[in-house]
Ligand binder design. Structure first.
Ligand SMILES: [Cu+2]
Length: 235
């Protein structure tokens, strides 16, 4: 009986330490400032005239003197990001969009890439038809072997929110693209796309290209809010 109590005590202590560490890590990893899509006129749609909001983001292969990267209140993540060169979305992974609007996103892409596991994600999904362009040219997708990252916006596994799913691939910079003093390609690849928001809701987004570390390259930046995942609030 005494031994059983000791075993149980040890198990509960272990659970307590794990839960405590998770709560601590969550509290430390405070979200960056919210990046808001700004309404800039209207656009005509099959549903009539809707507000047109615009949002710009960049993707960098690693931080530099010019672009410090996500400043998380998390020394472990910051150190790993610096030593392993984590890529990140910039200037924020916390996004706010207006409800019942068209949202035009432009991503300035500076990172290299490779082959994505699921070729379905090398094509844009859930966007206004024909709105996907690369450097201003209409495209239907990216070669699955030439993807750098994706911006994949989706729902929590709950049924009480307006449906919203958007996934867009961004192509890789070529390995021999000329770079600047910060080590970034001198010219970004600009990807634009437009999608429609519905009623207010809270969503998450993440990258679906294996750009991280550890198991199937889905660790590190891939599992860290602020780098390759974040939140989307439709208000
Ligand atoms: Cu990525």
């Amino acid at each position: 009986m005494k031994r059983l109590l000791i075993v149980l005590g040890t198990v509960f202590l272990g659970i307590g330490i794990v839960a405590g560490t998770a709560a601590w890590a969550h509290w430390k990893a405070a979200e960056p400032a919210v990046l808001k899509a700004v309404v800039d006129g209207t656009a005509s749609t099959p549903d009539g005239e809707l507000p047109l909001a615009k949002l710009e983001m960049s993707i960098y292969p690693q931080s530099s003197a010019a672009i410090p990267g996500p400043a998380l209140n998390d020394t472990f993540a910051n150190n790993a990001a610096a030593s392993q060169g984590w890529p990140f979305y910039w200037p924020s992974s916390s996004i706010e969009l207006p409800a019942n609007s068209l949202v035009q996103v432009t991503i300035h892409q500076y990172d290299s890439g490779g082959t994505i596991y699921n070729p379905w994600l090398a094509k844009p999904q859930g966007i206004v038809e024909g709105s996907y362009t690369i450097n201003g040219k209409p495209e239907v997708g990216v070669e699955p072997s030439n993807v750098a990252h994706t911006f994949t916006l989706h729902m929590y596994p709950e049924g009480n929110q307006p449906y919203l799913f958007v996934s867009v691939p961004v192509p890789a910079q070529s390995a021999n693209a000329p770079t600047d003093a910060n080590g970034y390609p001198t010219k970004p690849i600009d990807v634009t796309f437009t999608f429609r928001t519905g009623a207010p809701g809270t969503y998450v987004w993440n990258c679906e290209f294996p750009c991280g570390t550890n198991y199937v390259s889905f660790g590190g930046p891939m599992s860290q809010r602020g780098y390759m995942s974040g939140t989307v609030t439709v208000v």
